[in-house]
Design a protein around this ligand. Structure first.
Ligand SMILES: C[S@@+](CC[C@H](N)C(=O)[O-])C[C@H]1O[C@@H](n2cnc3c(N)ncnc32)[C@H](O)[C@@H]1O
Length: 315
């Protein structure tokens, strides 16, 4: 650590009951103040005060998002290493930290259930709904252009929904797989793929963060309008990078940062869009680089959302 005083400040910040619990929780991934408050069972101003102290000491990073704020452990560097070292003995101490992690698992399950419930309701109408917020034609044309004509052997579509990407790209892969959490979405996708005569793709029920790839590596992985359903999109990218061929590519399409707070309540969104800067940090942490970035304004609606496309590859 370059400066002795800074080290003392960082150790002082971490050396407190609630703040150590916060660091242990954030080591599991990026979390909102709301979820941290629910897990710790303390008032929101109190939790925010502790988080502010940790941020001032450089141990955590805050990103504001509409009415919410998210925190994560410092980006790779000395402060992150320090937190890692501090947490080694802490991880083994059990007790309240084990309880905190159980509560975190329960909260994550609850978020997934909310997404699942939402998609089970909208599955049949999803292809129309998607078009409401998104400049779909321009985005799909860009996806085809960016991927080019060369066929890949294996494509994995994570959060495949009604199978639109497997359908759009059916000439770009030899063998396609879609994974989705929602039984209803899977049902619609199966019917649609079969009606379109696409027989080189299959869809499976599964959770992106825990499905077993069985050692299989993919040439192209797609996450189309999926990352904003996760508190920590960086975790998804880490998982994705692990199952990518050395020369494989990841195509991400998602909203740019926006302020439509109601999408959290009504449509189960966790993140209000993803910024280019955030994506750079997540990609770097997963050992990847961004090769292509494009933005698409929605001309149809005044309050339309901007959609971004990123193409990533391993460094
Ligand atoms: C907005 S839809 C996008 C579907 C499709 N990619 C498209 O663009 O039409 C998001 C999809 O992600 C799925 N999803 C959300 N969380 C998931 C998770 N943890 N694992 C697998 N699928 C998930 C939902 O069930 C839903 O079908």
């Amino acid at each position: 650590m370059a400066n002795f005083e800074k080290l003392v400040l960082a150790l002082k910040a971490a050396g407190e009951h609630t703040r150590l619990r916060l660091l242990a929780l954030l080591s599991e991934g990026e979390l909102s103040v709301k979820d941290l408050t629910d897990i710790l069972g303390q008032s929101q101003p109190r939790v925010s005060r502790h988080l502010k102290l940790l941020a001032e000491a450089g141990l955590v990073v805050r990103s504001a998002e509409g009415a919410w704020a998210y925190y994560r452990i410092a980006d790779p560097g000395e402060k992150r290493d320090l937190v890692g070292a501090l947490l080694v003995p802490v991880e083994k101490s059990g007790g309240i930290l084990t309880d905190d992690k159980k509560k975190l698992t329960a909260i994550r399950r609850e978020h997934q259930n909310q997404a699942d419930e939402y998609f089970s309701k909208v599955a049949k109408n999803w292809d129309n709904l998607r078009n409401l917020h998104v400049p779909e034609e321009a985005v799909e044309a860009a996806i085809l252009r960016v991927l080019g004509k060369k066929k890949v052997k294996r494509l994995l579509d994570l959060g495949s929904g009604t199978g639109r990407m497997l359908e759009l790209l059916h000439q770009n892969y030899e063998y396609g797989t879609g994974i989705d959490l929602s039984r209803e979405m899977i049902g619609v996708a199966r019917a649609k793929l079969s009606a379109s005569g696409i027989n080189n793709a299959q869809v499976r029920l599964g959770d992106i963060l825990s499905f077993d790839a069985g050692g299989q590596k993919e040439d192209l992985i797609i996450l189309h309008q999926v990352l904003h359903y996760f508190d920590d999109p960086g975790q998804v990218l880490l998982k994705t990078a692990e199952i990518l061929q050395r020369d494989g590519r990841i195509l991400l399409v998602d909203f740019a940062p926006h302020e439509l707070e109601y999408l959290r309540q009504n449509d189960a969104h966790r993140r209000l869009g993803l910024s280019k800067g955030q994506m750079e940090i997540w990609a770097k942490a997963a050992g990847m680089k961004i090769d292509v970035f494009e933005r698409f304004e929605n001309q149809k609606q005044q309050q339309g959302l901007v959609v971004c496309l990123w193409m990533l590859s391993l460094k």
